[in-house]
Design a binder for this molecule. Structure first.
Ligand code: NI
Ligand code: MN
Length: 223
């Protein structure tokens, strides 16, 4: 059954999904100059997903897991991180290509071309309430992104970095959209700090065949 759900960009790579479950990806709020809210203003989080252990993604994971006893799913070595291991009863490590099922949610770990202190960086395909979402994590462009809709079905909404320097820049992210063909795409991981300044309007103007949604931190969309 398809149920509409609310998705909020909290700034940088942090995305809050509020459907039949509440899912938070890359919860970097404290010390994030663009964060739209603080941890104490978050709803209760059922599942925390973290793409890799860089500080701007791991962020407030520990505080949220301890407060809400949220489930966690991520790359094995990351699940053993001191901020994650033992912080709730449902800490599950997998690896790229693997899928975790939590009641009516599935989360699959996808490749990312990036670095990490431990394990490997990842992205996620999330299925919830009849929708398929893709959060690429920090990544360079790679042509195997083409396989995502083949493996996981049509993607309703994708969250892609456009800030360059550490990840895809605008032209690379436009090509990623051509590979993934999501119904909607939201640019993230830009304008948090000067090295990742990017022109979201330029991204929007170059995206064709998908609806580019330029959100402000704290702004929501519905799928
Ligand atoms: Ni990173
Ligand atoms: Mn990052």
């Amino acid at each position: 059954m398809v149920i509409s759900m609310k998705i909020t960009w909290l700034g940088h790579a942090a995305v809050l999904i509020e459907g039949s479950k509440t899912i938070l990806i890359d919860p970097f709020l404290t010390n994030n100059p663009t964060a739209s809210l603080s941890v104490d203003k978050l709803p209760k989080i059922d599942i925390v997903l973290v793409t890799h252990d860089h500080f701007d993604h791991l962020g407030d994971t520990k505080a949220i897991l301890e407060r809400d006893k949220s489930a966690f799913f991520g790359v094995h070595e990351l699940s053993l991180h001191q901020d994650i291991a033992g912080k709730s009863d449902e800490i599950v490590g997998g690896n790229i290509g693997g899928t975790y099922h939590f009641e009516d949610v599935s989360a699959s770990l996808t490749p990312a071309i990036h670095s990490a202190e431990v394990g490997a960086p990842s992205g996620y395909i999330i299925k919830l309430d009849g929708h398929t979402l893709y959060h690429s994590g920090d990544t360079a462009l790679f042509s195997d992104m083409k396989l995502l809709p083949q493996l996981y079905g049509d993607i309703d909404i994708a969250f892609l970095p456009i800030g360059g320097h550490y990840t895809m820049d605008v032209p690379a992210a436009v090509q990623a959209v051509n590979y993934i063909r999501p119904k909607q795409v939201v640019p993230i991981h830009y304008n948090t700090w000067p090295p990742i300044a990017a022109d979201a309007d330029a991204f929007k103007s170059h995206v064709h065949g998908s609806k580019a949604l330029i959100l402000q931190p704290g702004e929501s969309c519905e799928v």
